[in-house]
Design a binder for this molecule. Structure first.
Ligand code: HEM
Length: 212
């Protein structure tokens, strides 16, 4: 994993993705600090930050895992944590999601929050806060996130419309446009690939073939 996360690229990309894709989540009325005063004397964002810091100390590659997880959750029916739901035909089982990692990180933050203030903080918001924290811990700049999303209850592999690794540039632009994102937004977001791993088999055909 590259440690030199471009501050501008990642922070700008995620401000854009939140602004556009969050509008489609189950959370009308998103706001900064939604959980303030809703979890006894605990600051929810600080609690999530502490969990993520502990994971990040052990494994800094969680930044890449969470960035990808957030994108894969938000691109399909908005940021509603439907990616986290188990089931024989849930989003997790779709081929585009088979190598998504980091579910245990979100589960651990959720466990901590449920112990402190049950049924208050959504997993959808935990993904967003955790990703923000991990990006910042990797030197990617810190951005503010809105919260107040509700978790979805529908998760179907057949709903997963994430572009495949073989997608052409023009089809990728179309896929992002269908979500209200411009080609410029797409380029910023693809800057998320500054970090993380990709299996050679998924891009080998393109390295020496510039006609794709
Ligand atoms: C056209 C859209 C996209 C395509 C086709 C795509 C494709 C891929 C592929 C093939 C991998 C490697 C998976 C593997 O080898 O297991 C990957 C990894 C990754 N993607 Fe994307 N991606 C797209 C958009 C995005 C966006 C918008 C973001 C961030 C906002 C993102 C963040 C990541 C990250 C961080 C990884 C590394 C994950 C890890 O290390 O576990 N991707 N992507």
């Amino acid at each position: 994993m590259s440690r030199g996360v471009g501050k501008f690229t990642l922070a700008a990309a995620f401000v854009i993705v939140f602004a556009v894709l969050s509008g489609r989540s189950n959370g009308d009325g998103l706001q900064v600090g939604f959980y303030r005063g809703k979890c006894r004397f605990i600051d929810v964002e600080t609690a999530v930050g502490a969990v993520i810091a502990a994971w990040h100390r052990r494994d800094p590659t969680i930044t890449a895992a969470l960035l990808r997880m957030q994108f894969h959750d938000c691109f399909v029916n908005g940021c509603d944590a439907s990616l986290l739901l188990d089931g024989s035909n849930s989003e997790k089982t779709a081929i585009q999601n088979l190598s998504v990692r980091g579910y245990e990180i979100i589960n651990s933050a959720k466990r901590v929050l449920e112990a402190i203030c049950p049924k208050v903080v959504s997993c959808a918001d935990i993904i967003v806060m955790a990703t923000r924290d991990a990006v910042s811990m990797s030197g990617g700049g810190r951005y503010t996130v809105q919260t107040g999303r509700r978790d979805g209850t529908v998760s179907l592999a057949s709903n997963v419309n994430l572009p495949a690794p073989s997608v052409s540039v023009s089809d990728s632009i179309k896929a992002f446009a269908a979500k209200g994102l411009s080609a410029t937004d797409m380029v910023f977001l693809l800057g998320g690939h500054t970090v993380g791993v990709a299996h050679c088999s998924l891009f080998l055909d393109r390295i020496y073939n510039f006609n794709n």
